[in-house]
Design a protein around this ligand. Structure first.
Ligand code: IMP
Ligand code: MG
Length: 198
């Protein structure tokens, strides 16, 4: 028998629907295009969580737009962000003189975003703005202004629209809570083997 997908035993409430995602991403794209005033933005996506968001966001920007990607992994203790980030994949092109928009899926501790802002701002971009689809209520990236935010979420672990648990559920077309009915399944499985949090 084919199991239903996603399994109701693991996926809880839908916090952001497909329609809400579409509407908000359209708004963010229009805002970015207006703020850039005709200059070509370089969207820098943080792999892998931002791929669905960035694919929709770039289509919501009417006008020229370029994308590039970085991948990072957290060093150290797997369950607590240390703020020490290792670059696993660097940009293909440079950001010097570019109008850069750093695109994340979710701000949790914000340490990944803070590290990447520091890293990219050291390379002489013309401007550097930050964009995150999701932010946990009450959280922020330390020392970083978040220019574009899609939605604020309560402190539940979520999946869908690019966000995963152990690489699963990125393809759900909405944001839902991850709530396994089997309590032995630990949310820490978000950490890939080797502590990489991508
Ligand atoms: P931060 O450095 O603690 O802000 O780490 C943020 C990263 O952790 C995000 O880019 C995600 O990859 C991952 N993450 C944090 N919270 C969640 C969640 O609820 N679901 C899926 N991934 C998450
Ligand atoms: Mg991520």
């Amino acid at each position: 028998m084919i199991e239903p997908y996603p399994p109701p035993s693991e996926i809880g409430d839908i916090l952001v629907t497909t329609d809400e995602l579409r509407t908000r991403v359209e708004e963010l794209g229009a805002e970015i295009a207006a703020d850039l005033g005709g200059r070509t933005p370089l969207l820098v996506g943080v792999l892998k969580g931002s791929v669905i968001f960035i694919a929709d966001l770039m289509r919501a920007i009417v006008g020229p737009v370029e994308i590039d990607f970085m991948a990072v992994s957290s060093y150290g203790d797997a369950t607590e962000s240390s703020g020490v980030v290792k670059i696993v994949k660097d940009l293909d092109g440079g950001v010097a003189g570019r109008d850069v928009i750093l695109v994340e899926d979710i701000i949790d501790s914000g340490l990944t975003m803070a590290y990447l802002v520091d890293y990219l701002s050291g390379q002489g971009p013309a401007s550097l703005r930050t964009c995150s689809l999701l932010v946990r209520e009450g959280r922020t990236a330390p020392g970083v202004h978040l220019d574009y935010v899609g939605f604020e979420l309560p402190p539940a672990f979520v999946v869908g629209y690019g966000l995963d648990v152990g690489q699963r559920y990125r393809n759900l077309p909405y944001i839902a809570t991850y709530s396994p009915s089997d309590p032995s399944i630990d949310v820490d499985v978000v950490e890939d083997a080797g502590g990489a949090k991508v």
